[in-house]
Design a protein around this ligand. Structure first.
Ligand SMILES: Nc1ncnc2c1ncn2[C@@H]1O[C@H](COP(=O)(O)OP(=O)(O)OP(=O)(O)O)[C@@H](O)[C@H]1O
Ligand SMILES: [Mg+2]
Length: 268
């Protein structure tokens, strides 16, 4: 049975229809990515999936239960580091751990939060405030926090979109490693605009196809039948990966062309 299920999701803001009947099932332990161009409704879709936004129509369930509001058993990583600026790195993670396990003792909470910050290489920045960290370090804290609550499902909306290319590549690889090292397989829904990121991390990838009047829909799933965790270097030389990359890029390009307004014929 699917852990996360979206059925017939449509959404409009005023008269602008953004999504036009999106259905998607994510199985437990599966990493699914949705890729699409700018302003195609990706963030709208993931906000609906995690319960932050109520769709105009359609239903969302996690573990068979209807989603109303953000589930405490989920975690989310957004593009713009959603850390509490007045708290230290350690406090940011500890507070999330405390919300997940309110009965834990203070030393237990600190130990668990510290362990997850060490896992992302921030063991020596525990007392720093978000404002004292680089963008990449802040996003590492967000990832540590997401893993620390051992979520039933993780929602990632362009988690590395605001980072420079090198930091982005490093953190993508770290996320792949963390998913591979987790005690139980991570279930995740990720939004990305990067074909390489999708190929590195996902079991399946969907392209979000925008439609001017009717709203966006998902295309057919592209299975990535390569063992995980994957390495960026290995993917660069893997013939299957290169073929899938070309296929995804082609899909994105034709979706982009199809989503553009029809040109008005010029009079001769
Ligand atoms: N709260 C809102 N009110 C009105 N319009 C909105 C709202 N949120 C999003 N939109 C519009 O819906 C469309 C899709 O927005 P969304 O943020 O889902 O796109 P996106 O694919 O995530 O874009 P990006 O690639 O820039 O992150 C855009 O045209 C946006 O202006
Ligand atoms: Mg977005």
């Amino acid at each position: 049975m699917a852990l996360l299920e979206l059925k017939g999701i449509s959404h409009q803001f005023g008269t602008r229809r953004v999504l036009g009947g999106v259905s998607l099932a994510v199985a437990a332990g599966e990493f699914v990515s949705i890729i699409g161009g700018s302003s195609t409704g990706k963030s709208t879709l993931i906000k609906i999936a995690c319960g932050l936004l109520k769709p105009s129509s359609g239903s969302v369930t996690i573990g068979g239960n209807p989603v109303h509001g953000f589930s405490p058993r989920a975690s989310i990583v957004f593009q713009n580091y959603s850390l509490l600026p007045w708290f230290s790195t350690l406090e940011n993670v500890r507070l999330a751990v405390e919300a997940a396990w309110p009965s834990w003792s203070s030393p237990q909470l600190v130990e668990h939060a510290t362990k997850h910050l060490q896992m992302v290489g921030l063991g020596s920045a525990l007392l720093k405030k978000p404002g004292e960290l680089s963008g990449g370090m802040r996003q590492r804290v967000a990832i540590a926090r997401a893993f620390a609550v051992e979520p039933e499902i993780m929602f990632l909306d362009e988690p590395f979109g605001a980072l420079d290319a090198l930091t982005r590549a490093t953190l993508q690889q770290e996320l792949a490693r963390l998913c591979g090292a987790a005690a139980k397989p991570v279930t995740a829904l990720m939004i990305t605009n990067s074909v390489d990121e999708a190929l590195l991390l996902s079991n399946r990838v969907f392209a979000l196809r925008p439609r001017a009047q009717e709203g966006g829909v998902l295309g057919a799933a592209l299975e990535i039948p390569l063992p995980r965790p994957r390495s960026r270097d290995a993917l660069l030389e893997d013939q299957v990966a290169l073929h899938l990359k070309a296929q995804l890029e082609q899909t994105l390009l034709s979706n982009h062309r199809a989503g553009r307004p029809t040109p008005v014929p010029q009079e001769a």
